[in-house]
Unconditional design. Structure first.
Length: 349
């Protein structure tokens, strides 16, 4: 593939200096997720100048024009072949259902040929497991990138030269950007629009499509991480008892007594069986309890802090931010927020 431009702003120069619309090419594959393709068309297609003119031209292309299978019960007719990539200022590679199967980390010859049509200086972005395509092409080597949390281990095994950050919603490495999943594809498209034309245009697009212009936190808040229970456990009774008493301070001595062990022996056995220290396990369980209460109840944060064993709202906020990258209030707004009210006059899409 041709080497990318060093500045990472080739697409922005095209927008500012040519007097034409910025061209976005969406490269789809069999097994495509229709929602991801729709995101790109909807968001970039909604961007307008102050005089109401469209700022982007979006086309969909495939390795061969014609019918492309989706992960649903319908196909999509794609009129453009890989030649569309040569005229693009931004190329977006969404996911394919096939990405979720363990892969070889190699590009097919047609895909390699298609990517080779991309001009130097073109901005390239992936959504979800579309990052596997960019990584297989060597585009992500030495760069920070992300992909869907369920594919992280496979990605790391296949592409050790990529600096994978599994905790963020998207990454921006100049001319190469990656998004973690479907919804974070929206975040990434809005980010690119904001980078190209400023916050006013991006915020207008967000309002038109009734989505937040920016989301806090990363993927961690969407992943449940229960600590697996060992099959054979000499500390399981203490863990079970602790889960019933998370609202109170728990000492190592109390837990060890439950298993008739010394603190030293209990700590060693616990780490052998759970893979983490008793205090780390307690913190994880308290965060999980707080998550449950934030999602399922209307208790105020200070009451949740007490019920989860953090004692104070400040302690809960500190541990929550460290574990999930968001505040308890922001987390509750995401997973339990009140019925959203559509601004007057905004009913598009």
């Amino acid at each position: 593939m041709a080497e990318m431009g060093e500045s990472g702003r080739g697409s922005e120069r095209a927008v500012a200096g040519s007097g034409r619309r910025h061209r976005v090419a969406v490269l789809v594959r069999h097994g495509m997720l229709p929602i991801e393709v729709g995101i790109v068309h909807r968001l970039f297609g909604a961007a307008r100048s102050v005089t109401g003119e469209r700022l982007y031209e979006v086309v969909t292309c495939a390795l061969e024009p014609g019918e492309v299978r989706t992960d649903a019960d319908f196909t999509v007719h794609v009129a453009h072949g890989p030649q569309a990539l040569a005229a693009a200022d931004t190329v977006v590679v969404p996911a394919s259902g096939a990405d979720y199967e363990p892969g070889t980390g190699r590009l097919s010859a047609p895909m390699a040929e298609a990517l080779g049509r991309i001009r130097p200086g073109t901005r390239i972005a992936s959504i979800c497991t579309g990052a596997f395509v960019l990584a297989a092409a060597g585009i992500l080597d030495g760069r920070r990138a992300t992909t869907h949390w369920s594919s992280v281990e496979d990605f790391r095994r296949l592409f050790p030269d990529v600096e994978l950050d599994a905790d963020v919603l998207y990454t921006d490495e100049g001319e190469v950007l990656t998004a973690a999943g479907v919804a974070s594809g929206m975040d990434l498209c809005l980010h690119m629009i904001r980078r190209d034309h400023g916050a006013t245009v991006a915020n207008d697009v967000a309002r038109r499509t009734v989505v937040p212009p920016h989301r806090e936190g990363g993927q961690a808040q969407y992943i449940r991480r229960p600590v697996p229970e060992p099959r054979a456990s000499s500390t399981g009774a203490a863990r079970a008892w602790a889960l019933e008493h998370l609202d109170r301070p728990l000492s190592l001595r109390e837990l060890a007594v439950r298993e008739s062990m010394s603190v030293r022996t209990f700590t060693r056995r616990f780490r052998e069986e759970a893979g983490i220290s008793p205090n780390q396990w307690l913190t994880q369980q308290r965060v999980e309890r707080a998550r449950q209460l934030l999602e399922e109840t209307e208790l105020p944060v200070d009451r949740i802090a007490t019920a989860a064993g953090f004692g104070t709202a400040a302690s809960l906020r500190r541990h929550f931010q460290s574990a999930l990258g968001v505040s308890p209030r922001a987390y509750r707004g995401t997973f339990r927020g009140s019925e959203p009210r559509m601004p007057r006059g905004e009913g598009e899409g």
